[in-house]
Design a protein around this ligand. Sequence first.
Ligand code: NDP
Length: 248
Amino acid sequence: MAARIALVTGGIGGIGSAICRELAAKGFRVVAGYYPAEKDLAEQWLQKQRSEGLEFEIASGDVSSFEDSQQMVRDIESRVGPIDVLINCAGITRDKTFRKMEPDQWRAVMSTNLDSLFNVTRQVVDGMVERGWGRIVNISSVNGQRGQFGQTNYSAAKAGAHGFTMALAQEVARKGVTVNTVSPGYIATEMTQAIAEEVRQQIIAQVPMARMGEPDEVAYLVGVLCDDRAAYITGANYELNGGLFMSF
Ligand code: NDP
């Protein structure tokens, strides 16, 4: 059987890269999606992976745009083949306390972190349903579960991601397609490196495990959810946050 094809949006980012490697190790043919302005960075990323003996495809697309997402998926389908696994991992932060937040900071985060789920998933879900197999994993955040000071935009978008997951999971449940959310706590990537050191230390002090998570730890869980044997897991939200937040 030909390898199943996986698209990881934000695939050249910290968590996305780890997910690409995990899915490749599980035998998927992996396409890393990247923001169009990052073409050079994406080429460098690809070369680096190749130097480590790993082969990927890359595909350009702004996931905050429906048309761009459509173009990206068409490009992948013509070059590589139909997409069996979608990991919605692209995301940004534009932190500001609510009373200082500007409309463009709100909109940028909502369109990149939430509209993107519609924009990209809409392009691939019909094919998954028709073929009777599919895996969709939406990367949310602990801050979508508990809210975070200075992140009304991000917390709203990430909470919305799980609503999206639960509704779509019901719609495709009889078609062999599962939809799940993974909600990481603080993970050591460029996104969290941007946090001021003093604040970072305060965050770590709140985590029962007293450390940030590693991208590979998120990737492992995503890999499990994409496995054939994960067929009965759908509409679920998986937390991995070192004990920072425990929902019931
Ligand atoms: P990174 O910034 O390393 O990766 C995010 C990737 O998404 C980048 O490559 C970025 O490109 C890309 N991206 C941003 N906007 C768009 C767009 N419009 N279209 C296409 N690609 C885009 O962050 P992480 O790896 O840390 O985060 C990955 C996901 O995990 C995000 O959804 C984030 O919200 C979530 N998350 C992260 C946590 C953490 O602690 N790191 C915790 C919980 C959740 P570019 O570099 O050009 O912006």
